[in-house]
Design a protein around this ligand. Structure first.
Ligand SMILES: [Zn+2]
Length: 164
């Protein structure tokens, strides 16, 4: 029997997704508060259910929720970029890399959600102005860490369409 996701069918699913997208609470706290298991939340996130379920939300109420969710991810992305820019001053290599990872996963989520919402069906990350801006910031932030910069650029190239 296929496993049914307890987070997806939870009556407060939208609230839970919002918390997950904003990473404002640890899984443990969400699990306790909504009477879910930590593992179920992990599967819900890693299975890509957040974007997937937005796609199924064809009615107006859910479409509005999806928009709000997208706004929140974009706001989070702005904050992440601000952190990344701040690391240029501090030369904190570890924080810079963590911020880059966050920023990338935000962008991926934005990409998934916008694709699911059919806003930009031919979204090409390499032509996305936000991505180009981020890539410029990454390269700048890693100016003093040539090894890290090289591996980040390599990772970007291998993930993309080869024109990075
Ligand atoms: Zn789920």
């Amino acid at each position: 029997m296929p496993r049914v996701c307890t987070v997806c069918r939870h009556e407060h699913r939208y609230e839970i997704d919002t918390i997950l997208v904003e990473r404002s609470k640890p899984y443990r706290d969400i699990a306790r508060h909504y009477d879910l298991s930590k593992d179920a939340i992990g599967r819900h996130v890693s299975g890509g259910h957040i974007a997937e379920l937005i796609a199924l939300a064809a009615d107006a109420e859910h479409a509005a929720q999806a928009d709000t969710l997208l706004d929140r991810i974009e706001a989070l992305q702005s904050r992440t970029l601000a952190i990344l820019e701040a690391t240029e001053e501090t030369e904190d290599h570890r924080v810079a890399l963590a911020a880059i990872r966050e920023a990338r996963s935000n962008l991926e989520l934005i990409g998934e959600v916008t694709k699911e919402l059919d806003r930009t069906p031919t979204l090409n990350l390499h032509l996305n102005p936000e991505w180009i801006e981020l890539r410029t910031v990454i390269v700048g932030a890693l100016d003093r860490h040539p090894d890290a910069r090289e591996s980040v650029l390599r990772a970007i190239r291998s993930a993309g369409n080869g024109d990075g």
